[in-house]
Design a protein around this ligand. Structure first.
Ligand SMILES: N[C@@H](CCC(=O)N[C@@H](CS)C(=O)NCC(=O)O)C(=O)O
Length: 223
């Protein structure tokens, strides 16, 4: 099967699929798309005009969760969801929920002034409190085994990690179980190789481009 992943270098949803491809040792060609200036051929290919899009022998599949479930099913065992239907459904629920948190965190980092940053930070924190309650003191969400839900949260945790490294903002400071979870996820090779090799720099440039108060000199006191 010939797989092509239409990608963007710093997209959390593409990164989810990158990690799955690494975890399952699946070969896949990459085509990078300028999503700020989408070419016509891409708009014809992608029904939502978004990445990631997977072409599997020219069949087009979109939405990162759907792409990942498909790749999980066609690749070697073990499957990346728990077998138990209720656990599986709960994992899916929290993956969907996590997708909205990715956007909340993104809007927080793009805040153009301190007031806005604090407002968005409150939204993120209100969600992290809930997520912390879902965790046990295990390396991964379902226990010892890395699964789909762990890779789905990796891009969020990688961005939080970058905020610590570059701006000394520790979003997970008050959430010990989330910290344990994040550390275990980010330690994995399949995860590390799912991000651009210069991720921190790319993330910085994105914030700069978008006018984040974390970068602009006059509002360096954003936090
Ligand atoms: N729900 C989608 C979200 C994908 C998404 O938002 N991709 C962004 C890049 S990270 C995109 O392509 N944005 C272009 C646009 O919205 O016009 C998924 O999980 O695949």
């Amino acid at each position: 099967m010939h797989l092509v992943l239409y990608s963007f270098r710093i997209c959390p949803f593409v990164e989810r699929t990158n990690i799955l491809l690494n975890e399952k040792n699946i070969e896949c060609e990459r085509v990078y798309v300028d999503i700020r200036n989408k070419p016509d051929w891409f708009l014809k290919l992608s029904p939502l005009g978004k990445v990631p899009v997977l072409s599997a022998d020219k069949a087009i599949i979109f939405e990162s969760t759907v792409i990942n479930e498909y790749l999980d099913e066609i690749s070697s065992l073990p499957l990346l969801y728990p077998n138990d239907p209720i656990q599986k459904a709960r994992n899916k629920s929290w993956i969907e929920w996590g997708s909205t948190l990715v956007f909340d965190a993104y809007y927080m980092t793009l805040a153009s002034n301190k007031l806005e940053f604090v407002e968005k930070q409150k939204i993120v924190n209100s969600k992290l409190v809930l997520l912390e309650q879902e965790l046990r003191n295990t390396p991964f969400f379902n226990g010892e085994k890395f699964s789909m839900i762990d890779l789905a949260y990796a891009p969020l945790f990688r961005r939080f990690d970058s905020l610590v490294r570059q701006f000394s903002i520790d979003t997970l400071e008050q959430y010990p179980k989330l910290k344990i979870w994040s550390n275990h996820i980010l330690k994995k090779e399949s995860v590390q190789n799912g991000f651009a090799h210069n991720f921190d720099e790319e993330f910085y440039q994105l914030l700069k481009l978008k006018g984040s108060c974390l970068i602009s000199s006059e509002t360096k006191n954003c936090i």
